[in-house]
Design a protein around this ligand. Structure first.
Ligand SMILES: *Cc1c(COP(=O)(O)O)cnc(C)c1O
Length: 357
């Protein structure tokens, strides 16, 4: 069976070596030695000077919205994983959807201004498939209207834009280290913020608001990652070069062999070093997608409809019409991509695709 992705497992001995440290420390959570080491190594790997590693990639979005969203309207993209919209509603804010660019698939920055009202407090946009939003335009709009900017950068591990880590953009950026993501800790995530005051607020918010054992800065929740998860991260991180090289091999194969006269592929933003996180293709219509998906499924190949449905149509948000996002969501399929996907699997996948489009 070939799935859309397959979790990268480091050699077991390398994970055991990390576990051994936990057993000798007899320390499982509350920012132990392995979590602190993982943060240092990630700062170095990503060339960022601040990171807070968390227990998943959703809680940092929620914490950021709690601090910056203020219960207001949040300008957001309808084309993302459901966590993006759900976090907004969960934090008692209201999503104000803005349609996406038909090729970059990120929020259409030219349509943001007309969605701003006096209730708007923040913009929450996704660097979908690791493709950066138009961060410069978004920053200018945020400045003009005094809005906060949060980036759901769950897919964007290692991406750089204009020579800078994509996590450096916005007031807060978040990432996911879920098992299906490029770099993972099983479950896990991170948040990034440049402003020291905001960093401090985000930090205490992720640990029940604690200011020492007996005092509290303010309201908080539990966003802490454990040593067991950090152990996985420390075992996976040394393999990033291999992970990226193997995924690049898959992307290059698809690029060179797919009949692109029949499908649209992702257009990567200019001045970006991309991370080969997903390989989405957009078919001419949904019927073609369903036909191709069926043909692949019959051969035990399971691509995924990332992301369907368009988030403006889910039942707990007010439905607004987002023609580009709805059209893309109905026609997009992410092809299998992972380290062990071999040449003959790739040839087989592409022959089915090219034969059924
Ligand atoms: C995976 C993902 C999340 C959630 O991350 P978890 O670590 O699973 O909580 C949020 N947003 C997007 C776009 C994602 O793909």
């Amino acid at each position: 069976m070939i799935n859309v992705t397959k979790t990268f497992f480091p050699p077991l001995e390398e994970y055991q070596k990390q576990l051994q440290r936990i057993w000798s420390n007899e320390w499982l959570t509350n920012r132990g030695e392995l979590v602190l080491e993982l943060e240092e190594k990630l700062k170095n790997y990503l060339s960022v000077d601040h990171i807070l590693v968390t227990n998943n990639g959703t809680i940092p979005i929620q914490i950021a919205l709690k601090l910056l969203g203020n219960g207001g309207e949040i300008i957001t993209t309808p084309f993302s994983y459901v966590a993006t919209s759900a976090a907004i509603v969960w934090e008692h804010c209201t999503p104000a959807f803005v349609d996406i660019h038909p090729e970059y698939l990120t929020i259409d920055e030219t349509k943001i201004e007309s969605a701003i009202t006096d209730k708007t407090t923040a913009i929450l946009a996704t660097h979908v498939f690791g493709n950066p939003c138009h961060v410069e335009a978004i920053e200018a709009i945020a400045k003009k209207y005094q809005l906060k900017v949060i980036y759901d950068a769950a897919h964007a591990f290692g991406v750089t834009h204009n020579g800078t880590s994509i996590f450096e953009y916005g007031d807060v950026s978040t990432c996911s280290f879920h098992a299906t993501k490029l770099f993972h800790t099983g479950e896990g995530g991170a948040l990034f913020a440049k402003d020291p005051k905001l960093q401090h607020q985000l930090f205490y918010s992720h640990n029940f608001g604690h200011d020492g054992p007996l005092a509290f800065h303010g309201l908080g929740i539990n966003g802490k990652i454990s040593e067991l998860q950090a152990a996985m991260g420390l075992a996976v991180l040394p393999h990033m070069e291999t992970i990226l090289a193997e995924r690049k091999r898959v992307v290059d194969f698809y690029n060179q062999n797919l009949d692109v006269t029949k499908v649209q592929t992702l257009k990567i933003r200019e001045n970006t070093v991309w991370n080969y996180s997903y390989y989405p293709i957009v078919f001419e219509d949904e019927d073609t997608l369903l036909r191709v998906q069926k043909a692949l499924n019959e051969e035990q190949i399971f691509p995924r409809r990332y992301f369907y449905p368009s988030l403006n149509t889910i039942n707990y948000v007010e439905n607004s019409s987002m023609p580009v996002s709805e059209s893309i969501a109905a026609r997009i399929l992410c092809l299998p991509m992972y380290v062990e996907l071999n040449q003959s699997d790739l040839e087989f996948i592409v022959s089915i695709l090219n034969g059924n489009c």
